[in-house]
Ligand binder design. Structure first.
Ligand code: GLC
Length: 663
C-alpha cells in the first residue's frame, strides 16, 4: 500500500482536500479515491447532467431517522442501513454520509427529521445498529455532525457555549456509543463550540475523539466547513471536503511558516490512504441481496413499525363504516425532509384511499357501507368538509412539506398551518369521526384541535412506502407499535428553549442536562405526549420485576410483559434509572435500556436486559471521565417515561478508594 513516505509534499498536500464535490484526490490514479454520498434516508448521489449541473440520480426513499427512532427497534435501524448500503454498492459509492446523531434539543430545529432522538442512549444504540447495517454490506458509514449542532439558524457561525459535563453526557454520548461500530468516518459540524470552529477544535477532534474515545477512523469536515486548512490539520482534521481552490495554498503557507509539521501531514495522509484501501477491501465483501423493488418492499416493515398511534377512541382500526380521505397528501404524501438528506424518488404512490378501500374490501369486517372517497387536489377544503359530512369517518392528512423541515432552516412554529388547523376543526364539527394523520419530522403542537378529533396518528416521514404503511396501520392489517423518541410539548412556549435562538453569535446551553424529557420530567412541566409514548390496538401488562446483581455495577433486570388483548402486538418497554442521592445534579430519570418484543394475544414474555456501569455513571469533570458514586439507584420499567409500571432500588458500594469524599 502506498503511504505518505512515498509521496511528494505537493502530492500529500493535494490529498488533504477533496478532488471535487464528492470524491477524494486520486493523484492521477496513483492512489485509490473515496466516493462520498448522502444520506440517511436513501442514496443521494449526484451526477452532472447534460448541462453540466449536478442533479440527484433517482433512488429509493426510506423512512427518515425520526421514524427509525420511533420504531425503537435495533433491527429496523440495521435493516435500513443495509438496504441503503446496497443502493450505494449498486451505484459505486464508498461512504454513506450517515447517520446523523445530533440531539433534538428544540423541536424547532429544522433537521430533527434527520436525527434520532432527544435521548443520547436511544440515539446512540440506533445509530450503532444503522452503522453496522451499512458497513456489513461493504459501504463505509460517516457519523455526523460532531458536535453540539442542534439548530440550523446560524449553524455556520453561531458558537454553542456548553459546559464539559453537558457536552459529554448529552451531546457526545450518542457518538461514543455509535463509535463502538467503528464507522469509517466522523464528520465535524459547521458551528464553533465554545468559541472555536469544530473543524479546527483540537479539544473536540484530538483530545476527545482521538484520545478519549480512541477513534482511529477518518475525521472529515462538513462540506465547506473548514475556515483555514492549516489550523484544521493542526487540530486533527484529516480531510477537507469538498475541493476548495484556496486549500493547497493555505496548507503550503502553514507548512512554510512551520505552523503544521511533516508528522501531522503524514498522519492525515496515511489516514486517508488507509481508509481508501480499507474501503476497497470492504467493497470486495459487499453483496447485493435484493433488487430495487425488493429493497423498497423490505423497507415497508420498517415504515409500519415507525408509525405512532397517539390518540384513539376506538375509531381505529377502520372497518364497517363509510370512510373518506381528505387532503392532497392522499396522492402525494410528504415522504421526507429537505436538504442534503432529500432523496429523488421516481416511485409513484398509490392513493391512500385506494389502498384503504382495497384492504377493507378484503377484510371480513367490511360492509357494503364502506366506500372511500378522496378529495382531489382540485377540490378546496369546503368540498372536503362536505365530503366529511356524508361519511362516518374522515381521515384528514396534514403535515410539514420538505420546504418546512429542511437543512439550513429552523421552524418558526411547531403548529400546523392555519389552513390545516381550520380544516381539522371544520371536519370534526361535521360530526364525522375524525382521524388526523400527520406526515412530519418533529413534534407538532396539536392543542388547538386535538380535543375535537377521535384519533391522531404520527406517521413521520415514511419514504416510498408512505401510503401503504399508513393504510396497513389505519385498517389494522398491522398493529401500531411505534413510540415517540422526541417529546411532543404542549406548545413551543413550554419548551426550555422556547423561541430563543441565541444572540450575538453565541448560544449558551443554559439548559445543561435538562434536554427533552430530562427537562419536562425533572421540572414537572406538562407535555402533550411524553417521550416513549405510543398506543397500540393491543394492550400490555407489566409484572414480576426481578433484579440480579452480577458485579459492582452490573445488574440483570427481568420482568414479564403480558399481551392482555385479543390482538397480537409489539411492545416497547423502557428502563430508566434515577440516582436517589447524588453529590452532583442529575435529571429525575434517564433512559438506560429498552426492549421491543412481539407478544401474541393473551401471551406473556419474560424480558431480560442488562445494566452496566454506563447506567449509573455520570461524567465527572474533576477526573475527566465516567464516575459511579456509591449509593442507591432506582430502576424503573415503563411503557413511557411517565408511565412507570415497575420499580425497585438497588445499591452500589464500590471500594472506598474509588470514591470521592461524599458531601
Ligand atoms: C451538508 C450537510 C451534511 C452533508 C454534506 C454533504 O451541508 O451538513 O450533513 O452530508 O453537506 O451534502
Amino acid at each position: 500500500m502506498i503511504t505518505a513516505k512515498s509521496l511528494t509534499l505537493e502530492e500529500k498536500l493535494k490529498l488533504l482536500t477533496g478532488k471535487n464535490l464528492w470524491q477524494t484526490e486520486d493523484l492521477d490514479g496513483k492512489v485509490n479515491s473515496i466516493f462520498f454520498a448522502d444520506g440517511p434516508h436513501g442514496l443521494r448521489k449526484m451526477k452532472k447532467n447534460a448541462h453540466g449541473y449536478y442533479e440527484n440520480i433517482p433512488s429509493i426513499a426510506y423512512p427518515n431517522l425520526v421514524n427509525i427512532a420511533n420504531t425503537w427497534n435495533t433491527s429496523c435501524a440495521y435493516e435500513t442501513g443495509k438496504l441503503i448500503a446496497e443502493d450505494c454498492v449498486e451505484n459505486g459509492v464508498d461512504v454513506l454520509l450517515a447517520p446523523g446523531v445530533n440531539i433534538k434539543r428544540t423541536p424547532l430545529c429544522g433537521r430533527n427529521f434527520e436525527y434520532f432522538s432527544e435521548d443520547p442512549y436511544l440515539s446512540g444504540i440506533l445509530a450503532k445498529n444503522f452503522t453496522d447495517g451499512v458497513q456489513k454490506y461493504g459501504v463505509g458509514a460517516c457519523l455526523k455532525h460532531f458536535c453540539v449542532n442542534n439548530r440550523e439558524i446560524g449553524r455556520y457561525f453561531q458558537s454553542s457555549e456548553i459546559d464539559d459535563r453537558t457536552m459529554h453526557e448529552i451531546y457526545m454520548t450518542a457518538f461514543e456509543i455509535a463509535l463502538t461500530s467503528n464507522p469509517v468516518a466522523v464528520m465535524c459540524s459547521y458551528n464553533p463550540v465554545n468559541g472555536v470552529y469544530a473543524s479546527e477544535n483540537k479539544k473536540l477532534l484530538t483530545d476527545i475523539l482521538r484520545k478519549e474515545f480512541s477513534y482511529q477512523g477518518l475525521i472529515i469536515s462538513d462540506w465547506a466547513s473548514v475556515k483555514n486548512g492549516g489550523k484544521s490539520l493542526g487540530a486533527g482534521l484529516d480531510l477537507r471536503m469538498p475541493y476548495s481552490e484556496t486549500a493547497y495554498d493555505e496548507l503550503k503557507d502553514a507548512y512554510d511558516k512551520n505552523l503544521i509539521t511533516d508528522k501531522e501531514i503524514n498522519n492525515a495522509v496515511n489516514k486517508i490512504l488507509e481508509t481508501a484501501n480499507k474501503l476497497q477491501t470492504m467493497r470486495g465483501k459487499s453483496k447485493i441481496t435484493k433488487d430495487v423493488m425488493g429493497r423498497r418492499k423490505a423497507a415497508l416493515a420498517v415504515a409500519e413499525e415507525s408509525i405512532v398511534l397517539l390518540k384513539n377512541d376506538g375509531v381505529l382500526p377502520l372497518g364497517g363504516s363509510s370512510v373518506c380521505v381528505i387532503g392532497e397528501l392522499n396522492r402525494r404524501p410528504y415522504i421526507g425532509g429537505g436538504g442534503a438528506a432529500a432523496v429523488t424518488t421516481e416511485f409513484v404512490q398509490i392513493p391512500l384511499n385506494s389502498l384503504i378501500g382495497e384492504i377493507l374490501s378484503e377484510s371480513v369486517i367490511c360492509t357494503d357501507k364502506v366506500k372511500l372517497d378522496c378529495l382531489d387536489p382540485s377540490h378546496n377544503d369546503r368540498e372536503g368538509i362536505l365530503l366529511a359530512s356524508k361519511n362516518d369517518v374522515s381521515i384528514v392528512l396534514v403535515g410539514n412539506s420538505p420546504a418546512t423541515e429542511i437543512e439550513g432552516h429552523d421552524r418558526e412554529t411547531i403548529r400546523l398551518s392555519n389552513k390545516e388547523e381550520r380544516l381539522i376543526k371544520d371536519v370534526a364539527a361535521t360530526g364525522s369521526k375524525t382521524v388526523v394523520v400527520i406526515e412530519a419530522g418533529s413534534a407538532i403542537d396539536m392543542t388547538p384541535w386535538i380535543n375535537d378529533v377521535q384519533a391522531v396518528v404520527f406517521a413521520g416521514y415514511l419514504g416510498d412506502n408512505a401510503n401503504e404503511a399508513i393504510a396497513d396501520i389505519l385498517t389494522g392489517k398491522v398493529t401500531p407499535s411505534g413510540k415517540l423518541s422526541e417529546t411532543f410539548p404542549l406548545s413551543v412556549e413550554n419548551t426550555y428553549c422556547k423561541t430563543d435562538t441565541g444572540k450575538g453569535g453565541v448560544e449558551v446551553y443554559r439548559d445543561g442536562l435538562l434536554v427533552g424529557y430530562r427537562y419536562y420530567d425533572t421540572e414537572n412541566v406538562p407535555v402533550l405526549f411524553p417521550f416513549g409514548y405510543g398506543l397500540s390496538y393491543a394492550s400490555f401488562d407489566y409484572s414480576a420485576l426481578e433484579i440480579e446483581k452480577n458485579g459492582d455495577t452490573d445488574f440483570t433486570v427481568s420482568y414479564t410483559v403480558t399481551n392482555t388483548s385479543a390482538v397480537d402486538g409489539k411492545e416497547i418497554s423502557q428502563i430508566y434509572v434515577k440516582d436517589v442521592v447524588s453529590s452532583v445534579f442529575k435529571p429525575n430519570k434517564e433512559l438506560k435500556a429498552f426492549s421491543k418484543d412481539f407478544i401474541k394475544a393473551g401471551e406473556s414474555k419474560r424480558i431480560t436486559v442488562n445494566l452496566d456501569k454506563n447506567a449509573f455513571a455520570h461524567y465527572n469533570v474533576i477526573s475527566g471521565g465516567k464516575y459511579v458514586e456509591n449509593g442507591e439507584f432506582l430502576i424503573m420499567v415503563g411503557a413511557s417515561c411517565t408511565d412507570i409500571k415497575l420499580k425497585q432500588k438497588v445499591s452500589i458500594s464500590l471500594p472506598a478508594e474509588t470514591q470521592y469524599s461524599v458531601i
